[in-house]
Design a protein around this ligand. Structure first.
Ligand SMILES: Cc1cc2nc3c(=O)[nH]c(=O)nc-3n(C[C@H](O)[C@H](O)[C@H](O)COP(=O)(O)O)c2cc1C
Length: 218
């Protein structure tokens, strides 16, 4: 196996954010916070749930917001470093969460607090959902794809890829805890989401780094 080299910080260099194929942007309304529970209760209760039913999209978006929306920004930082519940190398948070729910595909634009409906071909979406269902046949809820935009990590680090993979694990855990906080079921999938990335324009800037099922626990 080829050895993965340590990342090395660079002088922050110029970069171009990935431009998502957005059909419609909806600003996020009020955030329904979860019912108060102790951190220990949520921490100890989280388990992967494989029998899942469809949850209202508003509840799914609430989970994503709890996990993803920045709490602080680094002032005047060209790389838009931010603080959120998840760990992220260099505070870059380069991973977007795509939600395939109902008949739509959405991205939570955490930077701008908006929900974007994306243009993803029906056939690509259907094939990918079919693949998810082969992995988790009892999951009838929504599916999540984690997709990293390499632009900012590559501008900040040489050998940035391992950082993105480690961010993906941290984000998955954070999403699982956020789902638990809202009483929703969550289960990671071993598949990555490459089929979704391959169908997007300028896909070589993106990296599919994980998937999960989310919904009402069965
Ligand atoms: C990266 C990753 C991929 C996973 N892939 C699958 C999967 O494909 N199918 C599945 O049933 N569980 C999957 N899981 C869930 C694990 O099986 C589960 O976390 C583990 O059994 C521990 O159980 P717990 O999450 O309930 O504590 C995955 C977990 C991770 C972190």
């Amino acid at each position: 196996m080829p050895r993965i080299e340590d990342p090395r910080p660079l002088e922050d260099s110029p970069f171009l954010d990935y431009r998502w194929p957005v059909l419609r942007t909806t600003p996020l309304g009020p955030h329904r916070v979860p019912v108060e529970r102790t951190f220990l209760d949520i921490f100890e209760s989280r388990r992967s749930t494989r029998e899942l039913g469809a949850a209202p999209i508003e509840s799914l978006v609430d989970v994503l917001r709890l996990a993803l929306v920045p709490r602080f920004w680094k002032d005047g930082d060209p790389l838009r470093r931010s603080r959120r519940p998840a760990l992220s190398a260099g505070a870059l948070h380069p991973i977007s969460v795509l939600l395939l729910a109902g008949t739509g595909a959405y991205r939570l634009n955490a930077d701008e607090s908006a929900l974007e409906e994306l243009s993803i071909k029906h056939e690509v979406r259907a094939n990918w959902l079919h693949k998810c269902k082969r992995v988790l046949p009892s999951a009838d809820g929504a599916f999540i794809v984690l997709i990293a935009d390499r632009a900012r990590p590559a501008a900040a680090y040489e050998n940035c890829e391992s950082l993105v993979w480690r961010d993906s694990g941290a984000l998955l855990q954070t999403l699982a805890l956020a789902a638990e906080a809202y009483g929703l079921g969550f289960c990671p999938l071993g598949i990555l989401g490459n089929e979704i990335v391959d169908s997007l324009p300028a896909a070589n800037q993106l990296l599919a780094v994980g998937a999960a099922a989310i919904g009402l626990p069965g």
